[in-house]
Every structure is written in structure tokens, then in C-alpha cells.
Design a protein around this ligand. Structure first.
Ligand code: AMP
Ligand code: ZN
Length: 701
């Protein structure tokens, strides 16, 4: 195998950086794909490989580190919507739909022939996309309906969205950006494996992904879009409104025609969900039908939308200050219910994050009675403008606990009785006060991104409780029979104050607890003891280190299955060996560093050794014990990558280290070796060339 010299590698590295940065800028900022995605990816992979092989080539602003545009923004620019982006009035059932038809009839006359377009209401984020001369030119979020945020580079990352269309002049396309359910599940699985908090629902995830200052992050999420509105250039004269498909040239004179046009141009429209109906009965039937089958879709819908099809009738009906009179959102009732907020509790999580949870007037939702719903964080409370006693809409999103989606108020300004139970947006109230102190331990809270955190890591009873619950959970040390209420009792009577105290518990202490009997005490004690024999990676996961979920724990344990060595690697060796692992980056390392410096670790460490723990890692099958007890350091250029030799050494029972010391057994030395060779010579460490090394393992060269 031909090996490039360091100099060649350096030149290639620079070349790749320049090319990739240029293409990335073209793609995200200039909207121009100079090369195919595959070419871009191949170059990026080459760069990543080079950086792995020659870590000191890596520059701080490498495209692999700073990602994306190379343009650093701190906020989004604002874009004014030529045609306001409006809300929709809500109907919560058949009756509301019929009432809507009656109101329409009062304005246009019952005898006026009209058709209805039935669409699905995709639960994502509305977006307005301007095309100029058929080219995607800019895109903005709804914002307050008048001013949105410029998310053009992010919108460019949506693969299914046409970027240049022959025959399309200037126009605005409106649609809903969403995260397909399958993608949402994938993202959350990955997060679970990294030990990160799960995203609550596809909508919030999509929103987070779209509102990234770095579009490269948006691109990772595989967002998609469904389009439902088209405004041709002359619409902006103020006569038409959101979703209206009017056009003064009368090229497009029904909404149905507009949807067809969008489809012909290659936009995703909801073909399976859109229907042209001749009567309100048909609309109602479809509404019931979709309520039943909505889960079969790969996207979340929170209802349907009905629109008057004829543009001239849309104009006659006009708009209120908040929404068009000619359209209506038909909410599915089962998964969303209206109830009242009674009070708010504050839950303290394992890492001290405070989650506000609303106590609700019990309400039936998707077959279960709901009494509580999450409010996520205080930003969310402000966004919703929710206060105590408010009428709210709660929703069930998959398996996760219900959440409050909106506040419902009867609109006093309703014109012609058009509005019932409409949502008022952007009305920020502050009845639910932001907490300043931890509700459990009274510590002053700290702000961390959108969340508030209790900093009292070792002393906060809530955090201790959550940590112990995590410790005993199935993927961690799997101690059955130790549910939350027993843990709570143990904490209350001060029998435990950290997870390792569990291992000191005795029969006499447990038998007096509530709901404990001879058999359950013995079982519990046995389960606790059995957990001492579990694999090291489970212990590592049980420690609850941020970003160290089961998968990362396994990865770490495959290299260093031992607590004291891991501490040494992280604190003394600065994680140099860990960082070579595929899938372990600076973020995880930083979190490990933080953990090993934390008070939690100080506490655990003491008990760990006092109690004589020795978790064993079941690593991959060893090839031999030929190198057992030996430590290798590798330097210089060899015929294969460094990780290839490291794996060989480990698979044969040896260890590797990154620096030469007296305890180094061998220095495996390739071409152009530098200071390590000198050091080895001065310390009298044995030096091996590749041939000798291979002979030790009886490997061909
Ligand atoms: P709301 O925000 O509940 O008042 O509902 C109005 C929003 O529904 C619009 O701004 C769109 O973002 C969204 N929406 C989703 N699907 C559709 C659709 N098919 N037609 C119109 N609006 C839709
Ligand atoms: Zn606390």
C-alpha cells in the first residue's frame, strides 16, 4: 500500500478544505449545487479520514468542525410577508362544521353553488417560500403572521422541495414543514443511545431543526414539506389572503386547480389526503374517515382543513383579523381535548432540569383520562401564554405524556359570529411565575439553554431519587424490586444518599419499610448483590453521565473497561485514546471530564473502592494472550492505520498508550518517527519495527 508522506497529506488536506468550503457555501448560501451530493460526500469522507490519520493537521475551523456554511449568523433576518400568514378558526366536530356552513350561507346565500376542498392539517411549521423566475429565492417562517424569520438556507436542505422550476414565474408557495414519523423515531433512538433527553414530538423537533442557525444541522434531520397554498405574483395587492389562490390573470381560479398546478410543478402536495367535495356531508365523512386512519400516515396530522374552492367566493367571504372566513381547521377530537389548568407542579429531573407539569381538570383523551400534561419549560409557558385557570387544548403525542398545545379563548371580536373557541396567539401572560428556587431543595436555579436547572447535584433529594431510579433501571444495573416508592422511603429514612449506599443495605433495615415482607426483602437484597457482577458498560451507563448512554458506554468499555483507568485516561491523558474511537467526540469527552471532576464522582469513587467493586467487561473474543501484560506505544508511519495496529494489540491481550514512559513495554516504530523514539531510547524502552511486531504475531507482512 502506498502511503502519502506527511507533506502530501497536508497539501491534500488544504485542497479538500478549500473545495468543500466552497461547495458548501454555494449550496447553502448561493443555492447552487456545483457538484452532486455523492461527490461532496466522498470528499468529506476523505477529509474525515485524513483528519483521523493525521490529527495534528486538523484546523479549528475545519469544515468537519464548524460545519455548514462557514458563515456565522447569530440570529435570523426578518422578512415581511407580502400576504399575511394567518391562523385558521377551529371546529371540534361535526356540529361545528355544519355551523360553519351556515355562517357561509348567510354571506354568500345557501343557493350559491360552491365546492369544498378537504385537506389534511399537517402538524408542522408553516413556511412561505418565494420563487423568482422559477428559482427558489427565499423562505420565511410564519412568525407573527406579518414578519417571519428568514430560514432560506435551512429550507434548501429539504430534498423534496423543487429549487428551480421551468415555467414557474414569480410566486409564493405556502406549505408545512414536518419531520416524518420514521425520522422522529430514528432521532430519538439515537438520542436515547447517547443518554440525551428525548424530543417530545415530531413538531417540536422539526421546529428546532428548521430554526438552526447552521443549516448543516437542519440537513441532518431530513425534514420534508407538504404544500397547500399558491399565490401568483399579482396576489400581493392586498385583496387576497392566506391560502387564497386568487390570481388577477385568472390563470388559477380554484384552490383545487392550484393544488394540481403545484403537483405538476413537482411540489409535494398531500395527494392521498386532498379531496374535492361537492357537499358538506362529504367533508364530514372524510373528517370521520381520517380521524380513524390518521395513524397510518408517516406524518403527524392534527386534523383536517376545509376550504371553499372557488376563488371568487373566497374573496366574497373575506377574512377576519385573524383568519379567513372561507377556511376552517377541523380538529380531531380524540387525541386533542379541551380542559382547564388547575395548578402547576415542578418536577426535578436526574440532572436537575426543572419541568413544569400542569395539573388538569380530568378529561378523556384517546381513551384514557388525562390529569397532567407537560409544559416542557418556561419559554414554552410564555409562548403559549398559559395561566392558571385557562382553558387549554391538550394533546397526546405518541407514548409521551400529554402536552398542552394551545390556550383557548372565546374571541370577543368575532365578526358575524364566525369565530368560536378560536386560538389567540402571541398573547403572553405571566400567571405562572418562573421559579427562582428548586421546589425540592430550595437552591437558587440556574438557566441552561431554555431550561432551568437545580445546581445542587449531590444534595437535592429529587435528583438523588432520579439518579437511583436510573441506576436500577433495566439498561443500567437492572435491579428489580426497587421501585420509586421504595427508593423514596429509603431516602426519607436516610438509609441511602447515593446509589452505592444500596450495597450496604441490610435485612433488618428493609423489613420495617412499608410493603416489604421477608420474601421481597430477600429478593431485593439478592438483586442488589447480583448487580455487582454486571458488565462494566452497564455500570458506566448507570452513572448517568451526560451523553453517555448505553451505546457510548459500550464503546468506551470496549477500550477501557475499568473505572480507575478511565479516570486516568480522561483526566491525565486528556482522552487522547478515547477520541480515537469512532463515535466518540469532544462533546462526550467534555462531559466525561466534567463528570470526573464532579462531586457525584467524588462520592461514588470513595464507596466504589471501599465496597470493593469490580465490574467486568465482556469484551470481544481475544485472538490470543500473546501481548497480555504488555503496553505498546505506536509512532511514525506504518503500512496500515494506527487503529489497525491498536486493534491487533488489544485483540491479543495487550494495551496501548499514547505516550512513552518507563512502564511502556514496546515502542512500535514506523517511518519518520520523532520524539517518541528519542524518549524510548533514553528510557531504554524496547523498539520494534513493523516486521518484528508482525513476527511476534506470526502475521504476514
Ligand atoms: P393554526 O395555527 O392552528 O391556527 O392553523 C393554521 C395553520 O395550519 C397554518 O398556518 C398552517 O401552518 C397549518 N396547516 C397545516 N396544513 C394545512 C393545510 N392543508 N391548509 C392550510 N393550513 C394548513
Ligand atoms: Zn434541588
Amino acid at each position: 500500500m502506498l502511503k502519502e508522506t506527511y507533506k502530501e497529506a497536508e497539501a491534500k488536506y488544504q485542497d479538500l478544505q478549500i473545495k468543500l468550503k466552497h461547495w458548501s457555501h454555494q449550496y447553502y448560501i448561493e443555492n447552487n449545487s456545483e457538484v452532486a451530493d455523492a461527490v461532496y460526500d466522498a470528499h468529506l469522507q476523505e477529509l474525515i479520514a485524513l483528519e483521523a490519520a493525521y490529527p495534528d493537521l486538523m484546523e479549528a475551523d475545519s469544515i468537519t468542525q464548524t460545519v455548514g456554511t462557514g458563515v456565522y449568523k447569530t440570529s435570523f433576518n426578518k422578512i415581511a410577508h407580502a400576504i399575511p400568514m394567518m391562523s385558521l378558526a377551529n371546529a371540534f366536530g361535526e356540529q361545528d362544521i355544519r355551523a360553519w356552513e351556515e355562517r357561509i350561507n348567510r354571506i354568500i346565500g345557501a343557493e350559491t353553488v360552491r365546492t369544498y376542498v378537504f385537506e389534511l392539517k399537517v402538524d408542522g411549521l408553516s413556511i412561505s417560500i418565494d420563487y423568482k423566475n422559477g428559482n427558489l429565492y427565499r423562505a420565511a417562517t410564519r412568525g407573527d403572521g406579518k414578519l417571519g424569520e428568514d430560514v432560506t438556507p435551512n429550507i434548501f436542505t429539504i430534498k423534496s422541495l423543487p429549487k428551480n422550476i421551468l415555467g414557474l414565474g414569480d410566486c409564493t408557495v405556502r406549505g408545512e414543514v414536518y419531520l416524518p414519523k420514521a425520522e422522529f423515531i430514528k432521532v430519538n433512538e439515537a438520542r436515547a443511545n447517547q443518554g440525551l433527553d428525548l424530543y417530545a414530538n415530531p413538531r417540536n423537533t422539526a421546529s428546532g431543526a428548521l430554526r438552526q442557525l447552521d443549516p448543516k444541522i437542519t440537513a441532518e434531520r431530513n425534514l420534508d414539506i407538504i404544500c397547500y397554498g399558491l399565490h401568483l405574483a399579482k396576489d400581493a395587492d392586498g385583496e387576497v389572503s392566506e391560502n387564497s389562490t386568487a390570481d388577477s390573470d385568472d390563470k388559477v381560479f380554484t384552490h383545487w386547480h392550484a393544488l394540481k398546478q403545484l403537483d405538476d410543478w413537482g411540489f409535494h402536495v398531500n395527494k392521498g389526503g386532498n379531496h374535492l367535495c361537492t357537499s358538506i356531508e362529504e367533508v364530514i365523512n372524510l373528517y370521520h374517515e381520517w380521524q380513524e386512519k390518521k395513524d397510518s400516515l408517516d406524518l403527524e396530522i392534527d386534523g383536517a382543513v376545509v376550504k371553499i374552492n372557488e376563488t371568487h367566493l373566497q374573496k366574497t367571504l373575506g377574512v377576519t383579523s385573524k383568519f379567513p372566513r372561507w377556511a376552517m381547521a377541523l380538529k380531531f377530537t380524540a387525541e386533542e381535548a379541551i380542559t382547564k389548568v388547575i395548578s402547576v407542579d415542578y418536577e426535578v429531573g436526574r440532572t436537575g432540569i426543572i419541568t413544569p407539569v400542569a395539573n388538569l381538570e380530568p378529561v378523556l383523551l384517546a381513551g384514557t383520562t388525562v390529569k397532567r400534561a407537560t409544559l416542557h419549560n418556561f419559554d414554552q409557558i410564555a409562548r403559549l401564554g398559559v395561566g392558571l385557570g385557562d382553558k387549554v387544548s391538550v394533546r397526546k403525542a405518541g407514548e409521551i405524556i400529554p402536552e398542552i398545545v394551545s390556550v383557548i379563548r372565546d374571541d370577543v371580536n368575532a365578526e358575524n359570529g364566525v369565530v368560536q373557541g378560536a386560538l389567540l396567539e402571541n398573547e403572553i401572560r405571566s400567571q405562572i411565575q418562573k421559579l427562582s428556587k428548586c421546589p425540592v431543595c430550595d437552591s437558587v436555579l440556574e438557566q441552561e439553554d431554555v431550561a432551568l436547572r437545580c445546581p445542587n447535584i449531590v444534595g437535592c433529594a429529587a435528583q438523588i431519587q432520579r439518579r437511583i431510579e436510573h441506576w436500577v433501571s433495566r439498561n443500567a444495573l437492572d435491579i428489580s424490586g426497587l421501585g420509586p416508592s421504595i427508593i423514596e422511603q429509603l431516602l426519607e429514612v436516610k438509609l441511602i444518599s447515593n446509589p452505592l449506599d444500596l450495597y450496604r443495605l441490610r435485612y433488618e433495615q428493609l423489613i420495617d419499610l412499608e410493603r416489604m415482607a421477608d420474601k421481597s426483602v430477600n429478593n431485593l437484597l439478592a438483586a442488589i448483590q447480583a448487580s455487582r457482577g454486571k458488565a462494566f458498560h452497564r455500570f458506566l451507563h448507570a452513572l448517568g453521565i451526560k451523553h453517555v448512554g448505553l451505546n457510548v458506554a459500550q464503546l468506551i468499555a470496549s477500550l477501557i473497561p475499568n473505572l480507575s483507568e478511565l479516570e486516568h485516561e480522561v483526566l491525565v491523558n486528556n482522552g487522547q485514546e478515547l477520541l480515537k474511537l469512532d463515535g466518540l467526540g469532544e462533546k462526550i469527552l467534555a462531559s466525561l471530564v466534567q463528570f470526573f471532576h464532579s462531586e457525584i464522582y467524588v462520592q461514588i469513587k470513595k464507596d466504589y473502592y471501599e465496597l470493593g467493586f469490580d465490574f467486568i467487561e465482556i469484551t470481544q473474543r481475544k485472538l490470543s494472550d500473546r501481548f497480555s501484560g504488555l503496553t505498546f506505544v505506536i509512532t511514525g508511519t506504518l503500512s496500515e492505520s494506527r487503529s489497525y495496529f491498536e486493534k491487533l494489540i488489544k485483540d491479543n491481550g495487550g494495551k496501548t498508550s499514547s505516550s512513552v514512559s518507563k512502564s511502556t513495554s514496546y515502542l512500535l516504530c514506523g517511518d519518520e518517527a520523532g520524539s517518541k523514539l528519542e524518549k524510548a531510547n533514553s528510557l531504554g524502552v524496547k523498539v520494534l519495527v513493523e516486521g518484528e511486531f508482525r513476527r511476534m504475531l506470526e502475521l504476514p507482512y
